[in-house]
Design a protein. Structure first.
Length: 654
């Protein structure tokens, strides 16, 4: 019996050797002596078919078969998209991979280690918004990499990578839609799980957009990431140049980036430094520090309930950025209890995050800014931003409240409206700039209601403000073309009217304007006093940058000044003639007209009785003689100046 059993066992052993062990040994011997370089071409074709791109392995390929199989290859290259500028999307000098075989038989990728060296990547976005790192049929993908529609194939589960190392990586970003480029240089990356696979740590160092960068992160394990059975913990600190970010919290579905419960803190010297990172155009700003809640809803990222500082101003609100479409879309509502207007200098065209000084003459002697609006950035993003400021700090004009509703759609910028209060008065500005049109066209409408001159003059005006009173009203409606302030002003067509009514102003100033020498000397000796202003009216019609005075009146109880002439905004030249008509009797009162000529940068006002102009030394010398002669004959002023029809003019302005 024992002998029979032994014979059966021997037979089974022989059968196993013939049908299992010997083939396995033969296969093992085959793979030991097989030159894996012969497999480079078929493996590259297999990978290329899966990606829809050409794949090549230029260097050696070596495979060490075992329970944990190890693969080394050199010179791996993945081709770029057909429209890409660079010759390749990805090139890896050295790749070393260890993979567990038994889990692989179940379709489960377990990678104990992955090491890369000399990585060269080129990430591109073309003018139409297509990106070169998306593979396969674009028609089967939703914009922005959103999750596939219901019923579509689910993405494969993430491989379990227990250890990742990268030494030397260079990634170039080229966004032709925004005309922005940047380079990420990764000197070193180490990422791995702890011994009990409870957490994972990562650290990296390098440069981004020319600035030194460092990342330190502690997060859940790869196992937790793949299973998704509980919220995935994340704690990340990133430093890139002046930019600092801390992100901490959990993600309910980390693979889909849904269910974010993350606190985000960011700070830095200038928000415009983030343009290479976010792809969202932002003008230069002063230093900032903001903290809030980071959320995601589909392709929309929200920075919710943030609060912090921008320069000397406080900011609160929510900003949402929708990415992946033809253009990024930004929406938000922001409030401020204390806003220093200089902190918005980059948004309104002043110096970068600093004060907005008075316009300095350009090299050609003009003062209107000739810097063009960046149409490329204007057309690169859609936006809707609402802003409310309670207390506004400005260097000159005291603003009590500021509200703005700004939108940007398909290159058309609209401020509908920008409203600010000065005392009990209000100014509203409606602006539309059609940046998608050629030439660029703009419509500007402004309304001034009951702005108190005393409040307007309080900054640095001293006693003049205390002795002054009155309310400004006015309106403007202009259409223009161009992309700079100088172009817009130089092409404006429409009307502009400003009225000051029911006011008081310095008597010395009005007497000097009327060249009433006797009364002006009296004010200088006895002290200035304010006199009632019936009205000041400036009503101009504009035709392609030439502003012509239709009504120009300064009317007080003592003097009426009537003006005519033009202001040419194309050449920035003045050509105005002011005729003072004193209403009271006074010796030495001169009725001499005053010509205001020159440029906006250097206006030139001088008596001009014969209307010969005031530019040049000869003209001024002749006008001086004529002023004396006409002032002596007749020697007494009978004061025939009459009251202006202020009520009708004010009604027009209102």
């Amino acid at each position: 019996m024992d002998r029979a059993l032994r014979r059966v066992g021997l037979a089974i052993g022989l059968l196993f050797a013939v049908f299992v062990a010997l083939p396995a040994l033969a296969i093992a011997v085959f793979f030991v002596f097989y030159d894996w370089n012969d497999a480079r071409a078929p493996l590259a074709r297999l990978a290329g078919g899966a990606l829809g791109r050409d794949v090549a392995i230029a260097g050696d390929l070596d495979v060490d078969i075992g329970r944990t199989t190890r693969v080394e290859l050199h010179g791996l290259q993945v081709a770029n998209a057909p429209w890409g500028k660079a010759g390749h999307l990805l090139r890896i000098g050295d790749l070393a991979l260890a993979i567990e075989i038994w889990p692989l038989l179940r379709g489960d990728f377990v990678i104990p280690s992955l090491a890369l060296a000399e990585v060269d990547g080129n990430l591109e976005r073309n003018a139409d918004g297509a990106v070169n790192w998306e593979f396969g049929d674009p028609g089967k993908r939703q914009a922005g990499g959103e999750r596939r529609a219901e019923g579509a194939d689910e993405p494969a589960s993430l491989p379990l990578v227990e250890s990742l190392a990268i030494d030397g990586a260079w990634i170039d970003f080229d966004d032709r839609r925004l005309k922005k480029t940047a380079t990420l240089t990764l000197d070193r990356l180490r990422m791995g799980e702890d011994a009990e696979r409870r957490k994972m740590t990562a650290e990296a160092s390098g440069t981004y957009a020319g600035r030194k960068a460092r990342l330190d992160a502690t997060m859940g394990s790869f196992t937790l990431l793949r299973e998704g059975a509980q919220p995935y913990p994340l704690d990340v600190a990133l430093v890139a140049g002046d930019f600092n970010a801390k992100l901490a919290g959990t993600i309910d579905d980390p693979q889909a980036l849904e269910g974010l419960n993350l606190d985000l803190k960011i700070s830095g010297d200038d928000l415009s430094n983030l343009v290479p990172l976010t792809g969202i155009p932002v003008p230069p700003t002063p230093p900032y520090a903001l903290s809030g809640r980071l959320e995601r809803n589909g392709a929309t990222w929200l920075f919710r309930n943030f609060a912090g500082k921008l320069g000397d101003s406080d900011m609160q609100g929510t900003i949402a950025a929708t990415l992946g479409g033809a253009r990024p879309r930004i929406e938000g509502d922001v409030t401020s209890t204390l806003l220093d207007l200089k902190d918005l200098g980059g948004f309104i065209g002043a110096s970068e995050g600093g004060d907005a000084p008075p316009p300095a003459p350009r090299p050609d002697g003009r003062v209107l800014p000739d810097k063009d609006v960046d149409l490329q950035q204007l057309r690169a993003v859609d936006a809707r931003i609402g802003f409310k400021g309670t207390r506004i700090v400005t260097p000159k004009v005291p603003i009590d409240r500021l509200e703005a509703q700004v939108s940007l759609e398909d290159g058309t910028l609209r401020a509908q409206p920008v409203s600010f209060a000065i005392g009990k008065g209000q100014v509203k500005v409606f602006l539309s700039l059609y940046g998608a049109e050629e030439p660029v066209r703009s419509d500007i409408e402004a309304v001034i209601r009951n702005v108190d001159i005393r409040r307007l003059l309080q900054e640095g005006a001293g006693d003049v403000a205390a002795r002054s009173a009155g309310a400004f009203n006015g309106r403007a409606k202009l259409s223009a073309t161009g992309t700079s302030v100088a172009d817009i002003a130089g092409s404006a067509t429409g009307e502009l009217m400003v009225v000051l009514s029911d006011g008081r102003f310095s008597g010395l100033m009005t007497e000097l304007m009327g060249l009433d020498i006797a009364e002006a000397l009296g004010f200088l000796i006895e002290g200035d006093r304010s006199i009632p202003i019936r009205c000041i009216v400036a009503d101009f019609g504009a035709d392609r940058g030439l502003f012509t005075a239709r009504t120009l009146i300064f009317d007080t109880s003592d003097t009426q000044v009537v003006g005519t002439g033009t202001i040419d905004m194309r050449s920035e030249r003045l050509d105005l003639r002011l005729r003072p008509l004193p209403k009271d009797f006074s010796p030495f009162s001169l009725r001499t007209p005053i010509s205001v000529q020159g440029t906006l940068a250097e206006p030139d006002a001088f008596p001009d009785p014969a209307d010969i102009g005031v530019e040049g030394v000869v003209n001024k010398a002749l006008n001086t003689v004529l002023t004396v002669v006409t002032g002596v004959l007749p020697p007494v002023d009978l004061g025939p100046g009459e009251d202006a029809p202020c009520a009708a003019l004010i009604s027009r302005a209102r």
